[in-house]
Design a protein around this ligand. Structure first.
Ligand SMILES: [Mg+2]
Length: 391
């Protein structure tokens, strides 16, 4: 996309840096819970070792059963060596996970051979290249038990709704709004996307984003400074790769915050809503997205969808942090409320909307069950007496 260069005042000469989050579910202890310390240790050690060569900096953590490799470098988005580092790390983690009998060992490695990029192989990735601001502030989102559309509502509210994002009213840098790039996840023939500006096309953006199972925000850009990307979301869909349900996508996202973007604290209330999203147990239900601290195990309460947020400052590619953005005392109250929403929804078991609509279950076993029932359906005239087949 060609964009007119508009320099941020006072920035001067700063470095172009790439942030890459590449993550995968390599298996977990006693079900879909938490990776083993030994497996995470392998991931951490590989990232640390690469900091002396390929990477400038790195950080390794997990959200639920997903291990995230957070890496900074100068090699741009989609760099083959950075992706190869992640792939080989996950392969090494899988070998260890198998020796420990971890549940679902290597479950996100859907292909055998690396071919230059982890996209299409199973691991998820969110990447962004940008010229550092003097005080470059990032919020990295790591989701588990949810799909790539899980951030649609929080990001829509933070970047397009002044009721939640007062910076849109009070900051000249935000007043022009933001451009949303939205992916059609049901289209498997490539990346089918639409780019719409807010607030001009707000209702069109809303009409798409409301369907979190089909549409997902892929990226958001500043309109006042069109070269400045605000958001990159990892939108890989495992079912489009595998052709069947093999686990939820558990999206990572990179969000630049402060100054020409919404402030870190403006993301608090939008994630505090605990919006209902598809995911959780068997990837087949709707439950609220629970904001959790870094390194939280997946919940045994029906694998409620979760998201953690890591605040980092970046200077010349060096990461300072993280600040655990959903860990301060306020979030205990938020989590109590979100847990209440989840428990209320679970009371109705498999009845919609607690379980996802049939269109979302087409990759699961219930389709075979319904096909089996097809031959038992009969068109009957309205007559008195017992229905056919009731003897
Ligand atoms: Mg997961």
């Amino acid at each position: 996309m060609t964009r007119t260069a508009t320099m941020i005042p006072g920035r001067g000469e700063t470095m172009r840096v790439t942030v890459s989050i590449i993550k995968a579910d390599i298996g977990a202890i006693g079900g879909h819970t938490i990776p083993s310390a030994e497996v995470i240790g392998i991931a951490r050690e590989r990232v640390e070792r690469a900091k002396r060569s390929l990477l400038i900096d790195g950080y390794t953590c997990h959200t639920g059963d997903d291990i995230a490799l957070i890496m900074t470098h100068t090699r741009g988005v989609g760099n083959a060596e950075v992706h190869q580092l992640a792939w080989e790390t996950f392969v090494a983690c899988t070998e260890k996970a198998k020796t420990q009998g971890l549940y679902g060992a290597g479950q996100d490695l859907l292909k055998d051979a690396f071919s230059g990029n982890v996209r299409g192989l199973g691991p998820g990735s969110a990447e962004m290249e940008f010229q550092e601001r003097p005080s470059e502030a990032l919020m990295l989102l790591l989701g588990d038990k949810c799909g790539a559309g899980a951030y649609n509502l929080p990001l829509y509210l933070a970047f397009a709704d002044p009721m939640y994002s007062p910076g849109l009213l009070v900051s000249e840098a935000l007043h022009d709004g933001f451009t949303f790039q939205i992916l059609d996840m049901d289209y498997s023939g490539g990346d089918r996307m639409i780019t719409l500006p807010a607030p001009d096309r707000l209702y069109d953006i809303a009409a798409l984003l409301r369907d979190t199972n089909r549409y997902a925000i892929r990226g958001i850009w500043s309109r006042k400074f069109p070269n400045e990307q605000a958001v990159a979301v990892g939108t890989e869909r495992l079912r489009n790769i595998a052709g069947k349900y093999v686990g939820k996508d558990d999206p990572p996202a990179i969000v630049r915050v402060q100054k020409i973007f919404p402030a870190t604290e403006e993301f608090g209330p939008v994630f505090g809503l605990g919006a209902f999203v598809g995911g959780d147990t068997r990837g087949s239900h709707n439950l609220p997205l629970m904001p959790v601290p870094i390194n939280t195990p997946a919940s045994t309460y029906f694998c409620c969808p979760m998201v953690s947020a890591l605040g980092f400052s970046v200077h010349e590619g060096i990461l300072t942090g993280p600040s655990d953005l959903f860990a301060d005392p306020f979030w205990h109250h938020v989590r109590d409320q979100v847990a209440g929403k989840a428990m209320e929804m679970r009371r109705q078991g498999f009845f919609e909307p607690a379980m996802l609509p049939m269109s979302e279950l087409e990759y699961g076993g219930i389709v075979a069950r319904l096909k089996g029932l097809e031959r038992e359906f009969k068109v009957q005239q309205q007559t008195a007496g017992a229905p056919a087949g009731s003897e």
